[in-house]
Design a protein around this ligand. Sequence first.
Ligand SMILES: [Zn+2]
Length: 148
Amino acid sequence: MAENRFCRLRIPRSVYEGMIWHALAEQPLECCGLLAGVIRDDGIGEVRLRYPLLNAAASPVEFESEPQSHFSADRDIRRQGWEVLAVYHSHPTSGPLPSRKDLERSWSVDVVNFIVSLATSPPTVRGWWLKKETYYEAEWTITPGRAV
Ligand SMILES: [Zn+2]
């Protein structure tokens, strides 16, 4: 996958659990957020922090990041010297596969797209690279410990 900005993501367990917690808290609406961190010289993306965003769509079947929350997250990420490595959102009642709308979304071409599905118990999390016409599974691992 040479065209991707990084080959694999490492996610602190606390960040991973935070995504699931956020999805459950916003149920029955979709939640959305960003994962930011650094890309190491060996091509591995290391997530440092999760940035929950407000879902302006306030919908059970779609999300639209609320501009002000998105802007302040971006500003903080830049100030830390980090970059956005992944975005996430939830599917309260459907599986963790990208919807047609998810594929059409332009903000997420060069980051991993996590989908937290609450259709299963416990929730299922899968990460995707979304390309215009297609999508494929991203490589990621959970690392022990807390985010910074
Ligand atoms: Zn979706």
